[in-house]
Design a protein around this ligand. Structure first.
Ligand code: FAD
Length: 264
């Protein structure tokens, strides 16, 4: 099983509030903010490693991002991934989800020999959940989203897919693309041996030439999404504290207030 995992480096959840908006370019300014692997993507890497450990094969991890995204890739090598590819070219900057998916798809075509492509269900910063579906469409392979369990059968994949109330079981032919949820597994910590090994491993850097992508297909030029305006909502007005001697009195006052505003 040759598995490709697409990962994104995102601002650390504890620092998400520090992300600011560039009012001129309408893009997010993440400079200087600590980054982590998008949490769902860690689950995707873990799942790929578990499948490889069972069935053999190779796990290739890929990200499109700035040079510092190497750190995220190195973390996955330390977990046990075999190969890491960084799509980094200044001409990719400003790519929307479509242009991102075009670049990732071309890279997957350059890799060529794959059975399964794994994604997180969504990125915790962009939050569109579009990249997995777009890549599968561009590659014309089946897609299963929101996986909580994956089983590889003979030439097929069986997936439990999370629904609002329960789950459904789907089967698809390989090669197939799957986006995964947190329920699927608990990502492993890298071992000390893994960390030391990963330090020495080469991370492949691919540019537009390697991807055989034209400049106008990616970056801002290749992005059909136009961000008209992006803004932080105004802070909520301060709430009112209900004072009282004890809980009963506070609850009584609260009920009175809600009634007077015809809320209840
Ligand atoms: C007009 C426009 C300009 C933008 N400019 C910038 C910019 O300058 N800089 C910037 O950082 N972002 C920019 N973005 C946001 C960027 O396009 C999105 O973050 C990116 O396309 C992925 O979308 P998402 O975060 O919603 O991911 P989702 O679709 O929610 O991600 C789903 C899954 O896809 C995979 N994935 C997502 N992104 C990547 C990636 N880059 N590499 C590998 N796998 C990935 C992961 O497995 C992830 O879990 C811009 C967006 C728009 C609309």
């Amino acid at each position: 099983m040759n598995i490709i995992v697409c990962i994104k480096q995102v601002p650390d959840t504890e620092h998400l509030h520090e992300v600011t908006i560039n009012p001129e370019s309408n893009t997010l300014n993440r400079t200087g903010i600590p980054s982590i692997i998008n949490p769902f993507d860690s689950n995707a890497v873990e799942e790929a490693l578990r499948i490889k450990e069972k069935l053999g094969g190779k796990v290739t991890v890929m990200t499109m991002g700035p040079p510092q995204a190497e750190n995220a890739l190195r973390e996955t090598l330390a977990m046990g991934a075999d190969e890491a590819i960084l799509l980094s070219d200044i001409k990719l900057a400003g790519s929307d989800t479509w242009a991102t998916s075009v670049a990732l798809t071309r890279a997957i075509e350059v890799i060529g020999d794959y059975d399964l492509i794994l994604f997180g269900k969504q990125a915790i910063d962009g939050d569109t959940a579009q990249v997995g579906p777009e890549v599968s469409e561009l590659l014309a392979i089946p897609l299963i989203t929101y996986a909580r369990k994956i089983e590889i059968l003979d030439g097929k994949i069986k997936v439990e897919r999370v629904l609002e109330e329960g789950y459904e079981v789907l089967e698809a032919k390989l090669p197939c693309a799957v986006t995964v949820t947190k329920e699927i597994n608990e990502p492993r910590f890298a071992s000390m041996r893994g960390i030391l090994k990963a330090r020495k491993q080469e991370i492949l850097h691919w540019n537009l030439e390697k991807l055989k992508v034209k400049e106008e297909e990616v970056g801002l030029k290749g992005s059909p999404t136009q961000v008209i305006r992006i803004f932080s909502p105004p802070p909520r007005p301060k709430g009112e504290m209900i004072e009282g001697e004890n809980t009963e009195e506070k609850v009584a006052k609260l009920l009175e207030k809600l009634k007077s505003h015809r809320i209840i």
